[in-house]
Design a protein around this ligand. Structure first.
Ligand code: APR
Length: 320
């Protein structure tokens, strides 16, 4: 049986980490693509030379021409400019929108059957634009945000409760980062919802609020510490989880930026919602009932994503 082919469009910090993880997990052969000459080739060679120590058989190559991604089963897109300190995700909009246009054309031409995972920020707008530029089916183009946001939430909760990260689940909705909507009543330790854990005295309401705010600011906290770039280990691990669920038809239930066509009352936008990811791509968007507070926070999040999409249309009217 032929190996899967994974194309990484963008070979910067996240792209390189994606390649390393995909190799370690033997998800398939890996093509790194970038406009920077030498970068994808150099990373492919370096990671290939880690294979003897790690014992994996993925073939890695680097390219500056889109023809190299031909026939890819999965494309993970990180091409663009990363956030620098003091820069908001939205500042990135203009630059990265142009990048999405080029990437969309490349995928449309060479990998129209791929499952496409977008990571480039501002995520919810970039994945929406990428789907339009590529013309791929909406269920085959998805954004990585919720797995990362919920991962950050889970990490802080596991630390607070001093329990295994494996026993902490977190449920988040909405846009990436600042407008993320954590659903405390669906986030649990071994099935015990967070509000019950507050009642049980495991933590306080205030502490929980603090954790939620730290999760929202999770990306900015890392940018502030690194000073010259943004997070890459956790974003890469999150996208690999999504790719694996597709390639192995695991049908994981994961929060992803998915195309909504009426679910949650939202039309033609990408917003973070729980999805089933399997061989059909986004096989199902799970709709849950929101209480008033949650609905309000979700609406605010949707509004901010809508603002970004409007701004995109202002720059590229063909997106309408
Ligand atoms: N086509 C292909 N690659 C491009 C293009 C383009 N038009 N423009 C830039 N790139 C490449 C850069 O050459 C660089 O190697 O994209 C890569 C981006 O890598 P980094 O700057 O290291 O950024 P990274 O940390 O990987 O983050 C990538 O993901 O989380 C988001 O906000 C983050 O939007 C950013 C993206």
């Amino acid at each position: 049986m032929a190996r899967n082919k994974i194309a990484l469009i963008g070979s910067g910090m996240i792209g390189g980490t994606l390649a390393h993880l995909a190799g370690l997990k033997e998800l398939g052969d890996i093509v790194l693509f970038d406009i920077a000459e030498g970068t994808p080739q150099g990373k492919a060679l370096d990671i290939s030379q880690s294979a003897p120590s790690e014992g994996f058989d993925s073939r890695l190559s680097g390219a500056n021409d889109y023809s190299a991604i031909e026939g890819a089963d999965v494309c993970i897109v990180t091409a663009g400019v990363a956030r620098k300190p003091g820069m908001s995700r939205d500042d990135l909009l203009g630059i990265n929108l142009k990048v999405m246009e080029q990437v969309g054309a490349g995928i449309k031409k060479y990998a129209p059957n791929a499952f496409v995972i977008c990571i480039t920020n501002p995520l919810d707008a970039m994945v929406w634009a990428l789907q339009k530029f590529s013309g791929l089916p909406k269920n085959k183009v998805v954004g990585m945000a919720g797995v990362l946001d919920s991962g950050r939430f889970r990490h802080f909760l596991a630390e607070e409760f001093n329990v295994s990260i494996e026993d902490v689940t977190a449920f988040v909705l909405g846009g990436h980062g600042d407008t993320m909507v954590p659903l405390a009543r669906y986030s649990t330790v071994a099935g015990i919802p967070l509000p019950d854990l507050v009642k049980m005295g495991w933590t306080s309401k205030d502490k929980l609020e603090e954790i939620i705010q730290r999760t929202r600011d999770g990306g900015a906290e890392i940018v502030g510490l690194l000073k010259t770039g943004s997070a890459y280990y956790a974003p890469a691990a999150s996208a690999i989880l999504m790719a694996e669920s597709y390639l192995k038809d695991k049908k994981r239930v994961l929060p992803c930026a998915a195309h909504l066509s009426g679910q949650y009352g939202v039309k033609d936008m990408y917003v973070g919602v729980p999805c089933i990811i399997g061989e059909g791509g986004v096989e199902r968007v799970i709709e849950i009932e929101l209480n008033k507070t949650e609905q309000k926070a979700f609406d605010k999040s949707v509004e901010s994503v809508a603002g970004l999409c409007e701004a995109c249309i202002g720059i590229a009217p063909n997106l309408k």
